[in-house]
Design a protein around this ligand. Structure first.
Ligand SMILES: C[S@@+](CC[C@H](N)C(=O)[O-])C[C@H]1O[C@@H](n2cnc3c(N)ncnc32)[C@H](O)[C@@H]1O
Length: 206
């Protein structure tokens, strides 16, 4: 799934109820973290902001990052329509742009499987967190490759093993890592096959 794919999908993105439901589950779980209006947050692969717009009221600011300007335009329009002042959108590719701003919360929802060097990105997240800052990663549990259409491009991972990610993140100074299944996506077109979605949260050591 290329940037072009997401640019084209952007206008209709929020009309699919399964996406809205999943984003609500992700944001509800993240809001239960001890967030505060002093915190700076960043959402990587924010899309149209289905998750980030729920979280932003609990923060001082949310930097909403994506490589698809089309997705960001939809988010920007919602931000403008609702008079939201603490979300800034940023079209940025971490593989080519040098992003160094530090944050107290980093969110990555349903985007990690689109990243070839997923562990490299997780490491970068740990470097971008302030001491005591929180990381929240939501994605599909390791699956057999049927989750995405076979023609889809840019799918680098068929989900993840959250235990493996936990071990990896622990090695880079993340503490209090909690792994929970927050939702199960059911694909009717695959005879109601179930794809559990995990949310991994952790705190950078102070
Ligand atoms: C499946 S959507 C998830 C959107 C949103 N996080 C949500 O939960 O509704 C994946 C998003 O990741 C973005 N994306 C893909 N590769 C990216 C990259 N290398 N850097 C930043 N964003 C990326 C896509 O443009 C798309 O908006």
């Amino acid at each position: 799934m290329t940037t072009e794919h997401f640019d084209k999908a952007a206008a209709e993105w929020d009309k699919k109820s399964h996406r809205v439901i999943l984003a609500e589950k992700v944001s509800t779980a993240i809001i239960s973290l001890p967030l505060s209006k002093q915190m700076s947050g960043m959402e990587f692969g924010c899309g149209t902001g289905l998750v980030g717009m729920d979280i932003a009221p609990s923060l001082r600011e949310l930097i909403a990052i994506d490589t698809s300007q089309g997705m960001l335009d939809v988010l920007q329009q919602k931000v403008q329509d609702q008079g939201i002042t603490n979300i800034q959108t940023l079209c940025c590719d971490f593989s080519t742009d040098n992003y160094t701003q530090k944050h107290d919360l980093i969110i990555c929802s349903m985007t990690l499987h689109h990243i070839k060097d997923a562990k490299g990105l997780l490491l970068h997240f740990t470097e971008l967190l302030n001491p005591g800052g929180y990381l929240a990663i939501a994605d599909i549990i390791t699956e057999d490759g049927s989750f995405h259409d076979p023609s889809a491009e840019g799918i680098w991972h068929h989900g993840f093993d959250p235990e493996e990610l936990t071990t990896f993140l622990t090695g880079f100074g993340m503490e209090d890592i909690k792994n929970q299944i927050i939702h199960t996506i059911v694909k009717e077109e695959l005879k109601n096959k179930e794809f559990p979605v995990f949310l991994l949260t952790g705190r950078k050591s102070s």
